[in-house]
Design a protein around this ligand. Sequence first.
Ligand SMILES: [Zn+2]
Length: 209
Amino acid sequence: MKSDNFEKVLPEGYELKLHIDAKNKKTAIFYMILSLLPLVVIVAAACLIIEFAGSGLSSLDSFYCTIALFAAVVAMIAYVILHELVHGITYKALTGGKLTFGLRWNVAFCGVPDIYVYRKAAKLAVLMPFLVFNVVFVALTVGMYFVNECAFLAAAFVFGMHLGGCMGDLHVTYMLDHKFKDSKTLMRDTGPEQFFYVYTGIEKAETEK
Ligand SMILES: [Zn+2]
């Protein structure tokens, strides 16, 4: 069952078609700019809700908002760890492969560097934190609205950071969905880097290690 989802060595007839590297400066900056978009939209939406449907931004209690800000920072740190754990748990469940975790200035990551994962399983592992934490943060943000407006704003901020932080995962998912539709496509995920291999049937496998 698990072995249906991956290959231990790259089979004959595969060719490396794409390499995404989050360690690359241009890619890192691209993801960073892209990640600001959902953050700005969600926080702006929360501000508008407070201003026009709530008690107004000017009436926010600075004491509560400072506490909420600290809570948001702690939640963010916990979130980064949990996000990577969800990738790891999904990869482990689907492949049983040896996981790798890491942290760089611009990216936290989890991968299964020693194996080649088939498209469907790869997509699930890459997208899982986005799906799980959308549910968590929508529930949290809506819930906080009824608790305290500072907490609501803080929750919206963490929600936006989550969406922004998923841009790399969404980019990989987009590639698997639109550019690599063949179910035979294999992806090697080292964490910060993804290698996409397409089956060409030509018996001259390029063994990228
Ligand atoms: Zn991720």
